[in-house]
Write a new protein. Sequence first.
Length: 106
Amino acid sequence: MSVSFKDQVAIVTGAGGGLGRSHALMLASHGAAVVVNDFGGARDGSGGTTEASEAVVREITAAGGRAIANAGNVASEADMAEMVEQALSAFGRIDVLINNAGILRD
């Protein structure tokens, strides 16, 4: 039995690297449109850039998938509301949420 996310829309937080990136790539490879969220900040939570999420979006689109980048901070309710609006505007719905974001503070 083949798994399909065709016509589904997924948001993956922390998807600029590690497990989040793997989740985003897997969902896209099975047909999902993906919102690739990654704050792109430093390990101490400072900063923020779309560089990491845009790199994953490029991987997905190069393989024929659909994806958009988002650099919202999951600790910000306003950023997450904006991300949901971005997803709805781009893809019209949300079916899957993988809340993977985190910062390792050694």
